[in-house]
Structures are given as structure tokens and as C-alpha cells.
Design a protein around this ligand. Sequence first.
Ligand SMILES: Nc1ncnc2c1ncn2[C@@H]1O[C@H](COP(=O)(O)OP(=O)(O)OP(=O)(O)O)[C@@H](O)[C@H]1O
Ligand SMILES: [Mg+2]
Length: 139
Amino acid sequence: MNALQKGVELDFQESVQFTIQGDDFALAQMLNNLIENAIKYSPKDSKVEVEITKIGSKATLYIRDHGIGIDDKDKPHVFERFYRSPNARESGTGLGMSIALDVAEKSNGQLILEDTMPTGLTIKLQFPHSVWREVSENE
Ligand SMILES: Nc1ncnc2c1ncn2[C@@H]1O[C@H](COP(=O)(O)OP(=O)(O)OP(=O)(O)O)[C@@H](O)[C@H]1O
Ligand SMILES: [Mg+2]
């Protein structure tokens, strides 16, 4: 189900544009899996916010949703292949997150799960300076 069908509003903000060293196809697949999750586990008519920014020397991407979130005790497990949280009502195979982590790590990225306040999940994806390059407007 896509965002439009579900009435989920996708909000995109970027204060910097960067390219990441790695496999373009795999990196796109990673983002696709993470954004798909954010939409899938969000209630109808809520917002999914994607923000791209720089924190210190790290290229940082946030994907913030306002869904059910993931309990602290379940957080370490969602990266396991075929794992699905006990409270997930939507169907799926449980592979999306393990693929995303794999791809992030291959580009030396860190994939961190945080809570959105008051509810929901925020994915924080960070890349060290060695693997990213800023893209200027006219490139
Ligand atoms: N944004 C999110 N909010 C709440 N729970 C989430 C979120 N993203 C992932 N999860 C939980 O983590 C589990 C693993 O996610 P993952 O993407 O690997 O599998 P999936 O979405 O169930 O299936 P698929 O392989 O089709 O992506 C999900 O089943 C869900 O319980
Ligand atoms: Mg998924």
C-alpha cells in the first residue's frame, strides 16, 4: 500500500544534498524498505517525515513516523531475518530491516532506532565523512 492510498503525508526536508559511496541499487533498496515500513506501520492520515541534514561530520537521514513504534525489548530483534514484532498486524516477510542494516553497514553507515515522541519510530541513518560527498546545486 502506498502513502497516497493510505492518506499518509510524506514530508521531505533537506538542508544538504550528498552522495554516498556504495551500490546505488542497494542504497535505494534500503531507503525504500525503511520508508515503506514507516508508511506501513503508520495510522491513516498521519505524517511520515524524511529529513536529510549534517550533524558534525556525519551525513544524517531521519525517517520519522507516528505509528505504533517498536518496544525497547523488540528493537534489537527487528534486524534479524524473518523477525516480525508480536504487535505487527500488517503482513510482511520480516526481511526489509535486515536488508537495510546489511546495506547500511556495507557503506559504513549506522542504523539507529529511536522513539518518536509521543509515539512512533524514528530511523536515524548516519554515514561517516569518509563515505559521503556534498553535491552542489549545479552538479
Ligand atoms: N516504522 C516501524 N514502526 C513500527 N514497527 C516497525 C517499523 N518498521 C519495522 N517494524 C517492525 O519490525 C519488523 C521487521 O521489519 P521488516 O521491514 O524487516 O519486516 P516486515 O515489514 O514485516 O516485512 P518486509 O520483509 O515485507 O519488509 C516488522 O514486522 C515490524 O513489526
Ligand atoms: Mg518492511
